[in-house]
Design a protein around this ligand. Structure first.
Ligand code: ZN
Length: 149
């Protein structure tokens, strides 16, 4: 009785598939924490924003001791091709403007510059990101972009 045994299989397989799909949706991350240190350390090389996230949040703690005018860090997101220009234009903006040209439209999201012992975070809508585009996160403190990205 082949037909009946086929139905048996479907009945057991389908609920298992649905459970697996629901599980993967819950596993998607809508935030990331990157640690800034006195040695400009970046411990994550890539971030994936899940398709189910409407908002993504970057958390940036600075676990070092140095002041923000000496070893400040921030988190800036732009297209990969814009990183050099955004960082270079930001230098003359100064620490008060978090080393970013005010109103720079190439910047998708950013935090203020923080020093050792401080922390900050920035939420931004995932809808601002396009599939297939190359984005880079970096620190716009002068001289840090080469290492911190
Ligand atoms: Zn930095």
């Amino acid at each position: 009785n082949l037909r009946r045994s086929n139905m048996m299989i479907k009945r057991f397989v389908l609920p298992a598939l649905v459970a697996a799909l629901a599980g993967s949706a819950f596993a998607q991350e809508c935030s990331v924490t990157l640690d800034g240190t006195d040695a400009m350390h970046v411990d994550i090389k890539g971030i994936t924003a899940g398709n189910s996230c409407t908002e993504f949040t970057d958390n940036l703690p600075h676990s070092g001791n140095l002041a923000k005018n000496v070893m400040g860090h921030n988190w800036v997101l732009s297209k990969g091709d814009d990183v050099r220009a955004v960082a270079s234009d930001g230098i003359s903006a100064g620490l008060d403007k978090s080393y970013l040209k005010p109103g720079d439209e190439r910047v998708i999201a950013f935090t203020d510059i923080i020093g050792g012992g401080e922390k900050t975070s920035v939420p931004f809508p995932v809808a601002q990101l396009k599939d297939g585009e190359d984005y880079t996160f970096f620190c716009s403190f002068p001289g840090h972009v080469a290492i911190m990205q």
